[in-house]
Design a protein around this ligand. Structure first.
Ligand SMILES: [Zn+2]
Length: 345
């Protein structure tokens, strides 16, 4: 007996867990910021004009430039070891409890595979370990580039890294990296959760699965039309489809499409919606995303589609599923849409 409500509740808990995990994941990189700044200061304090010139050329034959680049590289190498430990230990625990909760919800006694087997499965094409390594290599390079760029433009390097108090440090490259880490972390959690679900449902012999997207204004036009679609197990769109994708697939059973789910008729996460507005924006529904969308106010539809797509929809030429390629394919850009349906300026 498959309990869809329990599976969807479990998925909601997974997303809440992802937020906490993301904080620790971000901190695991940000914990090295002081060491990066220290490496810069050491260079700055000892460098002569010729060393600054060599820095702009990234001339690693220059002793001080070489030492700076090496120091930053070492900081990232160490941070990536720490991050990988975090991923392995935390996500192993998560995988075990996630498996048990979902097995119970579908009446399975199937034993969990090892966490390392789940952690080896790709998420958006790359394993978690590879993602951490790529993140490290990528940001190592970007931070060095930012230092060189700031220095060559005569900006303060520490400020370029850390940002300014006036902008609440959002203008620093560390902040940009934190955002990227946050997106990766959320995707890791959703990815391992979906991957372990795939293994469980396949081992249980389920023939079909239902795709569920999230009913709010932030769900993208790739995922929204997939909501409530039924796929043969192992075929069709497998979430996460993109960074920060919040979708899930669960085994199909009779009544699955009648499952009652929460909706948020707003672009903001619930925590950012004033309490006084929540009653009218938040509720429960049995509709699919497309059905729910049809019943929203024009203002809400505009918020979801944006002006150009809304105009197109309003003319009646196109339905929600036609803003993206079939079966979770890419979102059509305005030029594609204009070529297909015309009338866009
Ligand atoms: Zn999605």
């Amino acid at each position: 007996m498959i309990n869809i409500d329990r599976l969807l509740l479990r998925h909601a808990l997974t997303q809440r867990y992802a937020l906490g995990f993301a904080e620790r994941f971000v901190e695991s990189w940000a914990g090295s910021d002081k060491a990066i700044i220290a490496a810069w200061r050491e260079f700055q304090d000892s460098a002569r004009k010729s060393d600054f010139d060599a820095l702009l050329m990234r001339d690693v034959k220059n002793k001080r430039v070489n030492a700076l680049i090496k120091a930053i590289g070492a900081v990232f190498d160490e941070a990536s070891i720490g991050t990988m430990k975090l991923v392995n230990s935390e996500l192993s625990d998560f995988i075990a409890s996630d498996w048990d909760a979902r097995a119970a919800a579908i009446g399975s006694t199937e034993k969990a595979p090892t966490a390392s087997a789940i952690l080896a499965m790709p998420i958006l094409g790359r394993s978690p370990e590879l993602q951490v390594r790529e993140f490290s290599d990528n940001w190592k390079k970007r931070i060095i580039s930012e230092i060189v760029a700031a220095q060559s433009n005569g900006r303060d390097v520490v400020q370029a890294l850390r940002g300014t108090a006036e902008q609440n440090y959002r203008d620093g490259i560390f902040h940009t990296r934190d955002n990227a880490a946050d997106a990766d972390a959320v995707n890791l959690v959703n990815g391992v959760s979906n991957n372990s679900g795939r293994v469980l449902y396949k081992e249980e012999g389920h023939k079909r699965e239902v795709y569920f997207a999230t009913l709010d204004h932030r769900t993208c036009l790739r995922c929204a039309p997939l909501d409530n679609k039924i796929f043969p197990t192992g075929e069709g769109a497998q979430p996460p489809l993109h960074p920060r994708c919040r979708c899930v697939r669960v085994p199909y059973s009779f009544g699955a499409l009648d499952a009652e789910r929460p909706f948020v008729d707003d672009k903001r996460p619930v925590k950012n919606i004033p309490k006084s507005e929540r009653a009218e924006k938040i509720g429960q529904t049995r509709y699919s995303y497309s059905e729910w969308f049809e019943r929203l106010s024009d203002k809400s539809k505009l918020s979801i589609l944006g002006q150009s797509r809304y105009d197109l929809w309003k003319k009646g030429d196109i339905d929600l599923g036609e803003f993206s390629a079939k079966n979770g394919g890419k979102i059509l850009n305005l030029k594609d849409l204009d070529d297909l349906y015309g009338g866009l300026d």
